[in-house]
Design a protein around this ligand. Structure first.
Ligand SMILES: NC(=O)c1ccc[n+]([C@@H]2O[C@H](COP(=O)([O-])OP(=O)(O)OC[C@H]3O[C@@H](n4cnc5c(N)ncnc54)[C@H](O)[C@@H]3O)[C@@H](O)[C@H]2O)c1
Length: 255
């Protein structure tokens, strides 16, 4: 178990990639604090982890509200005494044309997908600095590296998160605290259920990657667990793409 004796906060842990990450971390031996807007589903994940023999504690949290974030960190310290890893995974996506994006839409995308992670890092880092060790993993997206239509706020925030990852990694130089990002491709989580189950797109849509299948939340969770482990101690300021090769090659059906 590669995370035995460690503790972690996973935000957005009630669903999809966050849920799979919380479950994976617990299976690898970590005590996990699950935080999400959706308290009921968060507690369900806690029960799932406990039934599996793991240790978890769930707390309702809106990562865009500093007081919520401070309460989340206080709960983790109160329960577990330390925070070895923070997985900044919570996120949401607005799909609208550029001209239809309201100023509120734009601000919401930056709040949820960038500022919230900044707040979580600021609240957790004093504890990691005191302990002299830490792992921060930011859930960005391939959309932070390539343009995608009708998602301007989301894409801008994810690009900002990749930039924040590198800048914060530099701020943590020599402190034994690594800061990395994951850039998933299209993953079959509730966020994408609408595409996967839509007849116009269907099961095969998004399979023009090199793996020729949808990504699963566990595909991303497995890499997050590696980045949180001691094996990844010399990786920092890095973005690991988990997309089945979809941006590695320009692939078209039949070719
Ligand atoms: N699914 C994909 O294909 C994909 C691809 C690239 C990146 N991502 C990123 O991965 C992360 C997880 O996505 P997912 O696909 O599992 O989505 P999801 O919708 O299944 O889960 C997101 C979770 O975040 C929570 N959340 C949203 N806003 C929050 C807030 N302000 N405070 C706390 N919790 C909040 C939601 O309640 C939900 O439980 C997101 O950051 C997303 O942008 C997903």
């Amino acid at each position: 178990m590669r995370l035995q004796g460690k503790t972690a906060i996973v935000t957005g842990a009630a669903s999809g990639i966050g849920r799979a990450t919380a479950v994976k971390f617990a299976r690898e031996g970590a005590a996990v604090l699950t935080a999400d807007l959706d308290d009921g589903a968060t507690q369900d994940v806690v029960k799932e982890i406990e039934t599996d023999g793991g240790t978890a504690y769930g707390i309702a949290t809106d990562i865009t509200v500093r007081a919520n974030v401070d309460a989340m960190v206080a709960a983790a310290i109160g329960r577990f005494g330390k925070i070895d890893a923070l997985v900044n995974n919570a996120g949401s996506r607005i799909i609208k044309s550029f001209l239809d994006h309201t100023e509120d839409d734009w601000r919401r995308m930056l709040d949820v997908n960038l500022t919230g992670h900044f707040l979580c890092c600021q609240a957790v880092l004093p504890h990691m600095l005191d302990a002299g060790v830490g792992r921060i993993i930011n859930m960005a997206s391939i959309a932070g590296n390539v343009g995608r239509p009708n998602r301007v706020g989301y894409v801008a925030a994810k690009g900002g998160l990749l930039a924040m990852t590198r800048a914060l990694a530099a701020d943590m130089a020599g402190k034994n605290i690594t800061v990395n990002a994951l850039a998933p491709g299209m993953i079959a989580s509730p966020m994408n259920r609408g595409f996967k189950e839509n007849d116009a797109f269907g099961e095969n849509w998004n399979c023009e990657n090199l793996a020729r299948r949808w990504g699963e939340p566990e595909d991303v969770a497995n890499v997050a667990a590696f980045l949180a482990s001691d094996d990844a101690a010399f990786i920092t300021g890095e973005t690991v793409t988990v997309d089945g090769g979809s941006i590695a090659a320009l692939v078209r059906q039949g070719e």
